[in-house]
Design a protein around this ligand. Structure first.
Ligand code: NAP
Length: 323
């Protein structure tokens, strides 16, 4: 039997690189779309270079023809649209660019698939940020109320994915993923900023970590567990949208406490400074997801605990500095 082929946009990011590792382990031929930059960002994808079942292709979510070209070369059975301007805080700084890449980028991929004309299963990376300030637990029926230009742009991507499914009978799914992290998280994201900061404090390279709002609670999972759910959604007979979450919410303070504990510090507050510049104009204070539908239909459940995830991240940052 021919090997399945997958195209991933956002290959250089956290999820893109973990998903490529996962699909290669399943015997896929994988193509990763990467945008041109003066300095390549291959930190997360080092292990993919030289793998004969993996190919980088140049394309940009702001450039319709480049996406069509990438589809024609890769001839995929499955497309995972993970590319985005994904940093929520930055979306107030560059709202138009965020809308263009994170929102219209999804439309461009869907249009390219239509133009290409083959049956392709499409995964859209939707997000819990579309719920905004929620109460209780969110599932697939919870009303959306995004609180950032990023959340608004993602909601466009979410709805256009559903609309094209209904309009053109396409196999399109949206995974509404709650926060997930890993040792490959971008350094500007708060969780990685903390684990990197903790590692630096341990090595005496830094005295404190400067953060924004500490009063946030998130439903945090481990990225390698979450990318598996993306693949599972595309293996179903019918396209459907799914919430992916652990169902447990932790305060940022819990994250800090566990991360500092790893280096033997219990009075972590002493090492934290706050700066208004890291606070969002409108924040989301609490997120918690209900993944019952995914558990039931996909047999998906998170494997890695909150504590294990933080431990992996801190250990990795300490190891990096040791090198
Ligand atoms: P990430 O690490 O920030 O990766 C984003 C990727 O998008 C990078 O590879 C980036 O490439 C690429 N990209 C940016 N602009 C692009 C453009 N114009 N054309 C093509 N590619 C472009 O994000 P992530 O955490 O892996 O998340 C993956 C997806 O899931 C994103 O869509 C994110 O919004 C969504 N999501 C994430 C979470 C989470 O908690 N991590 C939760 C829900 C949903 P460069 O390296 O060139 O910048």
């Amino acid at each position: 039997m021919d090997k399945k082929r997958a195209l991933i946009t956002g290959i250089t990011g956290m999820d893109g690189s973990h998903l490529a590792d996962f699909l290669l382990s399943k015997g896929y031929i994988v193509f990763g779309m990467e945008r041109r930059s003066s300095q390549k960002n291959r930190e997360n994808t080092k292990l993919l270079e030289g793998n004969s079942n993996f190919t980088f292709l140049n394309g940009d979510l702001s450039d319709q023809n480049s996406i069509l070209r990438v589809l024609k070369i890769s001839k995929p059975n499955e497309v995972y649209n993970l590319g985005a301007q994904s940093f929520v805080s930055e979306s107030w700084n560059t709202p138009e660019q965020t809308a263009n890449i994170t929102g219209l980028g999804a439309l461009r991929v869907l249009e390219a698939i239509r133009e290409y004309g083959e049956d392709i299963k499409y995964y859209q990376a939707s997000t819990s940020e579309m719920f905004g300030n929620m109460k209780g637990v969110a599932n697939e029926h919870t009303i959306f109320n995004p609180r950032s230009p990023y959340g608004v742009a993602k909601l466009y991507g979410h709805w256009i994915t559903k609309n094209y499914r209904e309009s053109y009978n396409m196999f399109n799914v949206s995974g509404i993923l709650f926060n997930h992290e890993s040792e490959r998280r971008g350094i500007e994201f708060v969780t990685r900023k903390i684990t990197d900061g903790v590692a630096r404090i341990k090595h005496g390279l830094q005295d404190n970590i400067i953060l924004g709002n500490l009063e946030t609670s998130r439903d945090w999972g481990y990225a390698p567990d979450y990318v598996e759910s993306m693949w599972m959604m595309l293996q179903q007979d019918k396209p459907n949208d799914y919430v992916i979450a652990t169902g447990q919410t932790h305060e940022l303070r819990d994250f800090l406490s566990i991360a500092f504990e790893k280096i033997g510090i219990s009075n972590w507050e002493k090492y934290i400074l706050q700066d208004k510049k890291f606070m969002r104009p409108a924040d989301v204070y609490y997120l918690k997801g209900d993944a019952t539908k995914a558990k039931h239909n996909l047999d998906w459940k998170p494997k890695t605990s909150f504590e294990e995830m933080i431990s992996i991240m801190v250990d990795n940052d300490i190891r990096k500095l040791n090198k």
